[in-house]
Design a protein around this ligand. Structure first.
Ligand code: ROI
Length: 159
C-alpha cells in the first residue's frame, strides 16, 4: 500500500459538487481507500483570467494501484465528469492531478511525480499543508516550507 496525494480542481458546472463527488469516487477505486481530505478552497484562476474561480482540494489516497493504473483511474473519473480535452489552462469540470505517490520520483512521458509546478501553486500547497505540513516532497522539501516560499495567490477556505 502506498499513500498518494491527489489534487482536485473544478471551475465549471457546480464546482463544489464536482470535487465532493470525485472524493467519493476516489474512495471507490479498486485496491484503494480515501484517507484524509482537506477543506475546499476557492482561488482565482492561475493562467488565463477569462474563466471562473476554481474550487480546489487535496485528498490522501491509500492505494495498491501502480502509478499508471492510478493515472488511468483518475482520467476515467475526469471523463465521467464530462471533461473534454480542452484548451491548455482553460476551464474544466474536473481536474485530478497525481501530486505524490509515496516518496517515488517518476519521470515518464505520461506521468511526472512529484507534480511539476506544485511548488508554485498555493491552491495545491495550502490544502496539502492542512493535511500534513510536515510531509516531505521528494527533491523539494517540507510542504509547510514550500507554502511559505510560494508566490502569493489568494486561496480562501470555503468549506
Ligand atoms: N487555477 C486555480 N486557481 N486552480 C486550479 O485548479 C487550476 N488548474 C489549472 C489552471 C488552468 C492551471 N489554473 C488553475 O489547470
Amino acid at each position: 500500500m502506498i499513500t498518494a496525494y491527489i489534487g482536485l480542481g473544478s471551475n465549471l458546472d457546480h464546482p463544489r459538487q464536482q470535487v465532493l463527488r470525485a472524493m467519493d469516487e476516489l474512495d471507490c477505486l479498486p485496491e484503494s481507500w480515501l484517507g484524509e481530505i482537506s477543506s475546499l478552497y476557492a482561488s482565482p484562476p492561475m493562467g488565463p483570467q477569462d474563466q471562473p474561480d476554481y474550487v480546489n482540494a487535496v485528498a490522501q489516497l491509500h492505494t495498491g494501484l501502480s502509478p499508471l493504473e492510478l493515472l488511468d483511474a483518475l482520467q476515467a473519473i475526469e471523463t465521467a465528469h464530462g471533461r473534454v480535452r480542452e484548451e491548455r489552462w482553460g476551464a474544466r469540470t474536473l481536474d485530478l492531478d497525481l501530486l505524490l505517490y509515496g516518496d517515488e520520483i517518476i519521470d515518464q512521458e505520461r506521468l511526472v511525480v512529484p507534480h511539476p509546478g506544485m511548488a508554485q501553486r498555493r491552491f495545491v500547497l495550502r490544502p496539502l499543508a492542512e493535511i500534513d505540513g510536515e510531509l516531505r516532497v521528494p527533491t523539494l522539501g517540507r510542504v509547510q516550507d514550500l507554502l511559505e516560499a510560494c508566490p502569493q495567490q489568494t486561496v480562501r477556505r470555503i468549506q
